[in-house]
Design a binder for this molecule. Sequence first.
Ligand SMILES: C[S@@+](CC[C@H](N)C(=O)[O-])C[C@H]1O[C@@H](n2cnc3c(N)ncnc32)[C@H](O)[C@@H]1O
Length: 238
Amino acid sequence: MIDPGDPSAAHPPEGVAHPRTIRSFVRRAGRTTTGQARAFEALGPTYVVPFQPTPLDLPATFGRTAPVILEIGFGMGEATAHIAALMPEKNFLCCEVHEPGVGALLKRIGDQELQNIRIVQHDAVEVLGKMLVPACLDGIHVFFPDPWHKLRHNKRRLIQPALVALLASRLKHGAYLHCATDWEPYAQQMLEVLRGEVMLRNTAEGFAPKPEYRPETKFERRGLRLGHGVWDVVFRKV
Ligand SMILES: C[S@@+](CC[C@H](N)C(=O)[O-])C[C@H]1O[C@@H](n2cnc3c(N)ncnc32)[C@H](O)[C@@H]1O
C-alpha cells in the first residue's frame, strides 16, 4: 500500500533498514532519440524542475501566477501538449519517471513553442508529498495510469485511498481530479476509491462524459482497437 504521507517511509530511524516502498512504476529502459536528446540539452534547463524535498514556489517556477494543473504520468506527453496549447492561461506541472517520455514532451514544447509546462522527472507521489503544499492545485490529470492487471500487482495502482487523500489535500476547494482508464476493473476501482474520499464529490452520476479537452491518446486508441472501453472519472474538492 502506498503511504506517501508517512514521513518515516522517507526517513527511517537510524540503524533501521529502509522499508520497501511499493511504487506505481518500474524504471523501463527506453531509447531516447536524437531529437529528444537535443530537446533535453536545449530546453531541459528551462522546463525541467529538479526534484526537491521542500515546497516549490509555483509562481517563481512558471514565471507567473496562474491556475496550476498537475499531471501524473504523462507518458510521451501527447495529451499534455495538446491540453497546454488549448489552455495557455493555465500552468501545467507534469510528472513522469520515464526519461524518453520527458525528452518527447520537451521536444513537443520546443516544436509547439509552449510556455506553460514544467516537468518534474520524479515519482509523482514524492512530488505531491514534498514539493506541493495543501490546497495549491486547480486540477489534477491522471490519464491511463498503469493498470497493473495481475491481481498480485494491483497494490501498485496509483488510485488507492492513501494517494487519493493526498491528491485531494493538494486541491483547492472546487478544484478537480480527472482520471481516465481503458481497463474496466481499474475504472471501477477509481470510482469506488474516489467516492470513498470525503474531500471529493462526483461531478456525474457515475462515470463522466469525456471532457472535451482530453484528446484521444495512443494508449486510448490502442485500447479501443483491442475492444476495451474508456472511462473518465471527474470529481471536485468540496
Ligand atoms: C500507461 S502510461 C500512460 C501515459 C499517458 N498518460 C497516456 O495516456 O498516454 C503511464 C505512465 O505513468 C508513469 N508513471 C507511473 N507511476 C508514476 C509515478 N508515480 N510518478 C510519475 N510517473 C509515473 C509511467 O512511467 C508511464 O509512463
